[in-house]
Design a protein around this ligand. Structure first.
Ligand code: PLP
Length: 380
């Protein structure tokens, strides 16, 4: 990290506290440059260098394979967003009446609605695991499973409370019980390291616009090689065929790789941008990124716990928090506080029962102090 000038990479206005990476992250300077260069090239040369762009697409697949520790790029698809990837799993698997799916009760709607949509169509039951202090989140999930459970789907980090799920534990359980394990990783990819093999995941997905610091509209979808043929396809086009450059053949076949889920033209602008953003994380290293994020979270925990008027809603046990800190006023109007913070240019969000701060690895302590200072001035 010593070689990277974080002030250059993140030239955010000084009167701004950007604590909203769990919603939409800002683009690093290098990503802005990659987008600008791509736009200039398009404007000046059109598609003259399309072959080179295809090279970038292949390179991005390799970057994502490394990021996830997938076995090969064959397991990586580039999709529109997390919801599209979840839909590919939901509508690709073969459901029987009476099958059930277990998810946490307070999941982000993308990882709930898609499963609930199967109920009327296929008679699939969606079971909601309510977390409590009496048991671990994994126990709450596992106790709802039975011999009819076909899939467990969880966000790696819960979007509102910031709770970190023990993916390895759940993955092992799923593996043992022959249950598909699906992980919405949008709230942890490029905040915490992930290893899809170690956690025994069958499907993992995440759009790039949060912790990955890339634009909206380009997501990674990991599908374990042995499941590629299990997912029924319902979108078709030229890009998903094995020999996608052959436009005249009448004897096409679906690509053997996860490219089979990409029906049409790739999002080349998004590909250039996401690749640039990932290069930053490669240089910094994900262990370092994680350390800095946890450090910021712990700093916020410490500052917020000094304020008796504030109730911390995020679990503070080590291993159970990542980049999200959620809190509320014990008494008083939360909307008013949120509006006040927004007016002070503290970019944050209202999620669950509280206000969500989500600083990234590059966020300096003085920015956290600034935000806490505004919070104090509101309380007093
Ligand atoms: C857990 C989780 N999943 C998914 C999404 C977004 O899904 P998509 O990429 O389809 O917009 C969010 C956004 O807030 C989220 O927090």
């Amino acid at each position: 990290m010593t070689n990277i000038d974080l002030k250059t990479e993140f030239p955010l206005q000084t009167n701004l506290c950007h604590l909203n990476h769990a919603a939409v992250g800002p683009w690093p300077y290098r990503t802005m440059l990659a987008i600008k260069q791509f736009a200039e090239e398009n404007c000046n040369q059109g598609s003259l260098s399309y072959k080179r762009w295809m090279g970038k697409e292949l390179y991005l697949r390799k970057q994502l394979q490394t990021l996830l520790n997938a076995q090969s790029t064959q397991e990586i698809a580039l999709l529109k967003n997390t919801s599209e990837a979840l839909s590919i799993v939901a509508y690709g698997l073969d459901w029987q009446v009476g099958n059930n799916i277990v998810i946490p009760a307070e999941e982000f709607p993308s990882n709930r609605i898609v499963w609930q949509s199967l109920t009327d169509k296929y008679g699939v039951e969606v079971r909601l695991a309510h977390f409590s202090t009496n048991e671990t989140p994994e126990e709450s999930i596992v106790k709802l499973t039975d011999h009819n459970t076909k899939l467990i789907s969880v966000s790696s980090v819960q979007y509102a409370t910031g709770l970190v799920i023990d993916l390895q534990k759940l993955g092992l359980y799923c593996n043992k019980k022959n249950i598909f394990f699906c992980v919405d990783a949008i709230q942890s990819l490029c905040a915490l390291p992930i290893d899809v093999q170690q956690i025994s995941a069958d499907f993992v997905m995440a759009d790039g616009h949060k912790w990955m610091l890339a634009p909206e509209g380009l997501a990674v979808f990991y599908c374990k090689a042995q499941h590629l043929e299990k997912l029924k396809l319902y979108q078709y086009g030229w890009h998903m065929t094995q020999d996608s450059g052959n436009y005249t053949t009448q004897h096409w076949q679906v690509a053997e790789s996860a490219r089979r889920f990409e029906c049409g033209s790739p999002n080349m602008l998004g590909i250039h941008a996401l690749s640039a953003s990932l290069s930053l994380f490669e240089e910094v290293g994900l262990e370092k990124v994680k350390q800095c994020i946890l450090d910021n979270t712990e700093y916020l925990f410490a500052q917020l716990s000094k304020l008796p008027e504030i109730e911390l809603l995020t679990e503070t046990t080590k291993g159970r928090y990542a980049g999200i800190v959620n809190f509320r006023l014990r008494e008083g109007n939360q909307d008013k506080l949120f509006n006040f913070l927004t007016k002070q240019r503290v970019i944050c969000a209202q999620r669950g029962d509280g206000i969500r701060f989500s600083p990234h690895f590059y966020t300096r302590k003085e920015k956290l102090d600034q935000a806490i200072g505004y919070l104090k001035s509101y309380i007093k």
